[in-house]
Design a protein around this ligand. Structure first.
Ligand SMILES: Cc1cc2nc3c(=O)[nH]c(=O)nc-3n(C[C@H](O)[C@H](O)[C@H](O)COP(=O)(O)O)c2cc1C
Length: 247
């Protein structure tokens, strides 16, 4: 199995057309298990990922997924953030191994919740029936880097985050950057119309953080990560990276 997922940040795209033949459960389980050993690792957070057939998914489904990886977790103020971080690793692992994926922010399983955990979000997975990868950065429809950060110190790193997927392609992240730190915050205050899907912003932030941590590792930057247990003020950083050393 290909486990070097960093290059797939620059190639992945959402897949909504799939071959009818679903991927083997064993292969999907191998992907889930491998992701647990891979950077960025999340510890002290209890979660479960269920492999669910497409017909057993419920909620908002705008296409027919062969399989859904349904993410459930314990009650936690940062459950959405961690869901984004953990499932994005799996998204990239699938992309690196020939599988198409698409996040489903409003779909979970028809079956009962895992004991003591709440089903939160799903990653649709299957063999693609359309081109799996993008060939060029220009094929990503995203904001310009200047719209998502204040200073240009870490643009090479932030380029990997700029192209991350997000619910309705909202790209809600903003980076406050210094020579020796990168703070992940939200770009704008929440509009009233967005309140219904506001929990998805946390998943988006986790996805962004996954790309950020993979890029730092790839560029051989030594860093320390601080994640807040609870965010009281909208302007507080969700995650702060302190740069220790650049090789
Ligand atoms: C949390 C989340 C929820 C999403 N929910 C849906 C969904 O319900 N249906 C869908 O077709 N795409 C969904 N997407 C995919 C986004 O629309 C897609 O990532 C974005 O438009 C960027 O396109 P790309 O992934 O091809 O780069 C979701 C993405 C995220 C991160």
């Amino acid at each position: 199995m290909e486990t070097n997922i960093y290059p797939y940040i620059f190639r992945r795209k959402s897949i909504r057309r799939y071959n009818e033949q679903p991927p083997a459960r064993e292969f999907l389980q191998e992907i889930i298990d491998s992701s647990k050993q891979m950077h960025p690792i999340v510890s002290d957070f209890k979660y479960e990922i269920m492999i669910v057939e497409g017909q057993d998914l419920r909620g908002y489904l705008n296409f027919k997924p062969p399989v859904g990886l349904v993410f459930s977790a314990q009650e936690h103020p940062l459950a959405g953030f961690y869901a984004g971080l953990i499932l994005q690793k799996i998204d990239l692992l699938c992309s690196a191994n020939g599988l198409g994926t698409c996040w489903l922010g409003m779909a979970t399983s028809k079956h009962d919740d895992v004991d003591g955990m709440k089903a939160m979000v799903t990653l649709a997975v299957g063999w693609p029936d359309e081109p799996l990868h993008r060939n060029e950065l220009s094929q990503f429809r995203r904001l310009d880097i200047t719209q998502i950060r204040d200073f240009p110190y870490w643009d090479q790193i932030l380029e990997s985050v700029r192209i991350a997927p997000s619910a309705t392609n909202g790209q809600p992240w903003y980076f406050k950057v210094k020579e020796d730190s990168i703070a992940l915050t939200f770009r704008k205050r929440l509009d009233v119309k967005d309140i219904f899907v506001s929990h998805l912003r946390w998943i988006d932030a986790g996805i962004a953080c996954c790309h950020l941590l993979l890029a730092l590792q790839n560029q051989r930057v030594t860093f320390v990560t601080y994640v807040k247990d609870e965010i009281k003020n909208e302007n507080d950083p969700i995650c702060l990276i302190e740069i220790v050393r650049v090789l």
